[in-house]
Design a protein around this ligand. Structure first.
Ligand code: HEC
Ligand SMILES: [Cu+2]
Length: 351
């Protein structure tokens, strides 16, 4: 590209990678997504070239001067089979390849750290378990799977990280998840990619990928001092959940210790696996699924708790494993399960 001035060339490359067609590949999944995209583009180009060549050649070969009267040709089974089977094969390859990637993107590995994200008109709010709050930015460590649990406070939004090749809808009333593992330190764009009202275009921000050490420092310097679980514990008491959920034998509600991840039997005989979404529904819409052996006496908390409050309660219940004075760590910087377990063992239990 000698004949293009270097300045223009640099500008073009920057524009292409920064904003438009080819963002940098900064996550583990990114090269895999790009490989599929390149394959599909190549197949399309080959198809386009083939069809264009045939159209041109046939229009010249069979033009009106040479063929004043159209010749009717009966079908050829071989020809039809060929042009059906080859594209079918190619599309099936794309389908299988795409599905494999899809399931990889939307199935977080069990060791993923979780960050909660709320979308609202018009900002993204991130809540880290250690009590770090961010608006329109997201700090993550390199080389560690990160799962996002997303929800919207109003309309549909879509959390999009082009450099990581992932995106996921944030829907009112329901948790969605997506995960990624960042591979390059740097700052990347974060978008809302679903038109959501007047200031939709302002619903943007940065993802900052840091080395584990820098990330630890960031966690320490940005914590509000109250972890999500601690906030949840506070809410659990102030909303009087403890009146029924206190682990005592005569309690009116079931003990919530170790309920997360367990299988509950409902009064209609169904079994459910307790995950974040189930906890959320249990708090906001308790009568929808009654745990076997209990009366439907739990009041709904619809409209009384913010989405951040529900995150806190969920995080608190997730960590409950024996009693309600929980072993919540006061070390709000911890981000790996190992660190949390360690500080718990050190006895940073609240009195
Ligand atoms: C009046 C008593 C009462 C209060 C107050 C109450 N609950 Fe419940 N809760 C129950 C009962 C009874 C059940 C079991 C029946 C059902 O599923 O509704 C239950 C079920 C649940 C479940 C489903 C898990 C399971 O093992 O069944 C969760 C989660 C839960 N409550 C959380 C909360 C939270 C959080 C609060 C406070 C914001 C709260 N509850 C307040 C009585 C109560
Ligand atoms: Cu939006």
């Amino acid at each position: 590209m000698d004949h293009i001035s270097p300045v223009i060339w640099q500008f073009l490359v920057k524009w292409l990678t920064d904003f438009a067609v080819i963002p940098p590949e900064a996550s583990k999944i990114a090269p895999q997504v790009d490989a599929l995209l390149v394959f599909m583009t190549l197949v399309s180009l080959v198809g386009l070239t083939l069809v264009a060549l045939l159209v041109t050649t046939f229009s010249i070969l069979y033009r009106r001067e040479r063929n004043p009267v159209a010749t009717q040709i009966e079908g050829s089974t071989l020809l039809e089979a060929t042009w059906t089977i080859i594209p079918l094969g190619l599309f099936l390859v794309m389908f299988v390849w795409g599905s494999v990637l899809y399931f990889r993107i939307y199935t977080p590995p069990p060791n993923a750290m979780n960050i909660y994200v709320v979308g609202k008109q018009w900002m993204w709010k991130a809540e880290h378990p250690g009590g770090q709050h961010e608006i329109n930015s997201l700090h993550v460590p390199i080389g560690q799977p990160v799962q996002l649990t997303l929800i919207s406070q109003d309309v549909f939004h879509s959390f999009s990280l082009p450099a990581f090749r992932v995106k996921r809808e944030a829907i009112p009333g329901r948790y969605t998840t997506v995960w990624f593992e960042a591979t390059e330190v740097g700052t990347y764009h974060l978008f809302c990619s679903q038109y959501c009202g007047t200031s939709h275009s302002a619903m943007i921000g940065n993802v900052v990928v840091m080395t584990p050490d820098d990330y630890k420092k960031w966690l320490e310097s940005s914590t509000s001092g109250v972890s999500l679980a601690q906030n949840g514990e506070r809410l659990f008491a102030s909303l009087s959940c403890t009146a029924c959920h206190n682990g005592r034998p005569d309690a009116r509600g079931p003990s919530l210790a170790n309920v997360y991840g367990s299988k509950l039997t409902l009064s209609n005989g169904e079994h459910v696996q307790v995950d974040d979404e189930y906890l959320r529904q249990a708090i906001l819409n308790p009568s929808a699924h009654i745990t076997q052996g209990y009366a439907p006496i739990m009041p709904t908390y619809q409209g009384q708790i913010s989405e951040e409050g529900i995150f806190s309660l969920v995080e608190y219940i997730k960590g409950l494993d024996s009693n309600y004075r929980i072993q919540q760590t006061t070390n709000t910087t911890s981000f790996s399960p190992a660190v949390t377990a360690k500080s718990a063992a050190e006895g940073t239990v609240k009195p």
